[in-house]
Write a protein that binds this ligand. Structure first.
Ligand SMILES: Cc1cc2nc3c(=O)[nH]c(=O)nc-3n(C[C@H](O)[C@H](O)[C@H](O)COP(=O)(O)O)c2cc1C
Length: 167
């Protein structure tokens, strides 16, 4: 097996990308692992790791998975509710770098928007109702509206194009 796509996805956004990426790779050489249920096999050559941002952090199961990737080629796909700007991307990479094995072949990180769950958007909206001048709640609601229909088919295509540069 050449490729292992491992992901952690709380509301299904990174999972959508994981399956879209898997569909673009040779089926008989690709394994998809949901880290909520299983650990990685460590048997593939190329690791394509995905997750959704959570309160500014990288999920701990992703950090723990990196421990098992000595000598592997690694790339990431990340969904986020806030603007996936270059700065946001670099901030996420900075959180990952200290945990990356020294001898891995790190290729890069793809980032796109992912819908923020309705209950979270509602909780932020309620904060805005409590205090109409809550600038940060207003900003997050604007971002949530922009992320509402993501990841979409273009995000999946872009993720596949990103991955294809390194495999
Ligand atoms: C509790 C919670 C915290 C979140 N924190 C962030 C964050 O810090 N930055 C961000 O860009 N998006 C944040 N989001 C939005 C998620 O990153 C976004 O919905 C992502 O696509 C979720 O991917 P998943 O469904 O694969 O887990 C948060 C969402 C939730 C529910």
């Amino acid at each position: 097996m050449k490729y292992e796509i491992a992901y952690l996805s709380l509301s299904g956004n990174a999972e959508k990308l994981a399956h879209g990426i898997a569909d673009s790779l040779p089926h008989n050489q690709t394994l998809v692992t949901n880290l909520a249920h299983k650990r990685i096999t460590s048997k593939a050559d190329i690791y394509i790791i995905g997750f959704g941002m959570n309160k500014g952090t990288v999920p701990i199961d992703i950090i723990n998975t990196l421990d098992e990737l000595q000598g592997k080629r690694i790339m990431f796909f990340v969904t986020c509710g806030l603007d996936p700007s270059e700065k946001h991307q670099k901030d996420v990479e900075k959180k990952l770098f200290p945990f990356m094995p020294d001898d891995c072949d790190y290729c890069g990180l793809f980032m796109c928007r992912g819908k923020i769950p309705d209950n979270v958007v509602k909780a932020i909206y309620d904060k805005l109702i409590e205090r109409g001048d809550n600038q940060s709640a207003m900003k997050i609601l604007e971002e949530a509206a922009l992320s509402e229909n993501h990841p979409d088919s273009t995000d999946i295509e872009n993720a596949c194009a990103f991955i294809s540069k390194y495999i």
